[in-house]
Every structure is written in C-alpha cells, then in structure tokens.
Design a protein around this ligand. Structure first.
Ligand code: PLP
Length: 388
C-alpha cells in the first residue's frame, strides 16, 4: 500500500464554519451538560428542517431506535419487522427490548424493505400462532445510503394491518419521498449524527415524531426516567441517552451546511455514474425511485455478475490508499442473528455479494476524485489482478 499518498476515506467528518463558535459559546456559558440552550435550539432546528413537530436530541441513532421501540410498548416475546439489509444498529435496538427481530428482504429499486415479503411476514406470523406466539409491535424500514424506502407501499401495509412504523433514517437525513423528509413519514423517525454520517456531532442522534407525548416520553426515558420530585424518584427504568450541549453546538453548525453537503454528495454520486457510462459499464446498478430524492450519503453501486469483482476493486483501491467498503451484510446472515426468522429471497444477499461503496465524503477535492478515477480505470483495464 502506498502510504505516501494521502488516505481518501469512505466518508469523513466535514465541518462548516460556525461549529466552533457554538462550541465556544457552550464553554463560555459553562453549559457543559446533557441539556442546555444548544440542545433546545438544535431540537427546534431539526424540527423545522424535517417538517416535524417534535424532536429529542439523543446520544446516538441506536438510542433513538431503542427509545422508539420502548415508546411503542415493545417487550420480550414481541416481534419487530426489520429490513435485513442494514447496519447492525437497527437490529441491536430491537434486541435490547427483548423482542425478536424478524428480518425482511429488500426490493430491487430502492434496495430497501420489500413490501411483498413484509406482507407475507405479517400474514404468516398472524396466522401461525403456535409457531409465532408473539405480537408484532413495529415495522422498521431503513433508508439505506440515503435512499428512501418504497414508503407508499410500506405505509399502506402499516395502515392495513395497524402496525406502526419506526423509520431508521440514520443514513437519510435530508432525503425526501414525495417531497416529505424521511423520518417524518412514519410514526417515529430516528436520525444519527455519528462521525461518518452526512452531518455529525462526533456521536449523537435524534428521535422525531408529530406526537408530542411520545417525544416528551423519550426525553424522560433518556434522562434516567426521573419523576417530578425534589429528590431522585424513579417509578420505571430509564437510560442515560441525552445529547451533550457541547455536541449539540456542533450539530447546529452542521445543520446550517446540510443542504450544501447533500448537493456535494449527490454531485459525487453523479460523477461515478458519469464515469460508468463513459466506460460503457451499463450493467452497474444503483438505487433509484422516481418518487424520491436520495441524499446519496454513500455512493453505493451493484457491480452485478461481472468481471469487476467488488473485493478485487476494493483491494486495488486500498493499495492506492483509497477506502471502499462492501455493502452492509444482511442481518439474517450475521452469526449473532442467525436464529431469527427471515422472509424473502436472496436479493439482499446478492447486493452484499456484488455491491461496493465508493468514497463519498463531501470534503474530497478534485485531486482526490482524479486519483479515484485513475485507480478505477486501472482496475477496469485489469479487472482481476493477481495482486498477492
Ligand atoms: C449509523 C446507523 C445507525 C446507528 O446510529 P448510531 O448513531 O451509530 O448509533 C442505525 N441504523 C443505520 C442504518 C445506521 O447507518
């Protein structure tokens, strides 16, 4: 690996101009706490940006999903229908509640929750009481890599079977479906501000909903479920899940540049698409849906059954100090969740086998893009190098 060349990361933090100002303000006013004016302002700004009435700023996206599940009354023995093709945070949050994740395959346009497999899962679980004794508490679609799931169909199923939706919008902040922001389409939505997401607070998350009592409950549970009393009084188990006022300051600065970051990432994605078309690689697949606008958090492509093996491409670029990453390994294929029910075929599995995420950071330079282009052109000339 050529260590002399600067590393091009898959997706690295990209600060704007005002984050440090907000952090300084937190220091100067001594609001170094998991509450404070930046937390309140960040929540309001998130509400406004997403067109949703209530938001709670939290310590992570996983914490947001966990609280969403608790708010819907998820308990041991219940089922939660979760997209299999996702990051482990979605499934782990379900596991924390003691419920069983039921994994669902993806559909081909968005690579997200397959409505047919979803409906099959519901009908099977509800009709086979002996095999599936628990209740279904939620449907958890994921807007993977920033691409909204097929929400018309998912919402219709949610209404038909009266099962609420928790959107895992950890990767899709700013993306929209029929003009509505992801996170505001279902009953509850979770965002992540982890270090590699489209905007970051270094670590953080948020839970959003139009139902005031749910977000109030989230704030209560996130601060150790402290009852109103001068002493510390608790009538239920809580969590330490609030976002620091210092980090909320970073979030406020980041939110100001979010639309710019989305444009930059969409531009990077389009650059890859243009290269593939210029090189005549018309078999390269991508997520798409005419009803949606993806934030293109990661430029993810399906290299399909071709000579261009994703692992060979990944290793060739790694030699040039360029980071690529396989697509998420589906949860039903993870050792830790191998006992959980699964509905669908092998679409998510195929995407995992054939797909690759290319560098997508909004702080990449023209020079970085030229290096990636050159490395990919070399790969193309020699698709399966004997590299070891
Ligand atoms: C990042 C991510 C999460 C978890 O967010 P954290 O802030 O890292 O806890 C959950 N789901 C998906 C799809 C993610 O990409």
């Amino acid at each position: 690996m050529s260590v002399d060349k600067k590393k091009i990361w898959l997706s690295s933090p990209h600060m704007g101009t005002r984050e440090l100002e907000y952090v300084k303000e937190a220091f100067e006013t001594n609001w170094i706490a998991p509450l404070g004016p930046h937390v309140n302002a960040f929540e309001e700004e998130l509400q406004e940006y997403n067109g949703i009435s209530h938001a709670a700023a939290l310590s992570s996206g996983t914490a947001a999903l966990h609280l969403a599940l608790i708010i819907l009354g998820t308990q041991p023995g219940d089922y939660v229908l979760c997209q299999s093709f996702t990051f482990c945070g979605s499934a782990n949050a379900i596991h924390y509640t003691g419920a069983t994740p039921v994994f669902i395959d993806s559909e081909s346009n968005t690579w997200n929750l397959d409505p047919n497999a979803l409906e099959e899962a519901i009908q099977t679980i509800r009709s086979q009481k002996a095999k599936y004794p628990g209740k279904i508490k939620a449907i958890m679609p994921v807007h993977l890599y920033g691409m909204p799931a097929a929400m018309d169909e998912v919402l219709e199923i949610s209404q038909k079977y009266e099962i609420p939706i928790i959107e895992d919008a950890a990767e899709s902040l700013g993306a929209s479906y029929r003009g509505k922001k992801t996170g505001s389409l279902g009953d509850l939505g979770a965002f992540s501000f982890n270090g590699n997401k489209i905007i970051t607070t270094s670590g953080g998350g948020a839970l959003v909903s139009d139902r005031k009592e749910w977000i109030e409950k989230a704030r209560f549970l996130a601060t150790q479920a402290r009852d109103p009393a001068p002493h510390y009084q608790h009538s239920q188990v809580g969590y330490n899940y609030r976002l620091s006022n210092v980090l909320a300051g970073i979030g406020r600065g980041q939110l100001e540049v979010l639309d710019q970051r989305i444009e930059q990432r969409q531009h990077i994605f389009q650059t890859y698409v243009n290269w593939f078309s210029k090189w005549g690689l018309n078999w390269v697949g991508q997520q798409g849906d005419i009803l949606s606008q993806s934030n293109r958090w990661l430029s993810a492509f399906d290299l399909g059954p071709s000579d261009w093996k994703p692992e060979a491409v990944r290793r060739a670029l790694e030699k040039d100090n360029i980071e690529c990453r396989p697509l998420w390994k589906p949860m039903h294929l993870q050792p830790v969740y191998s006992d959980c029910p699964y509905f669908g075929g092998d679409r998510a599995e195929k995407l995992f086998q054939n797909g690759l995420c290319f560098p997508s950071g909004s702080n990449m330079t023209q020079e970085d893009m030229e290096r990636i282009q050159k490395a990919l052109e070399e790969c193309l000339a020699n698709p399966n190098p004997n590299d070891q």
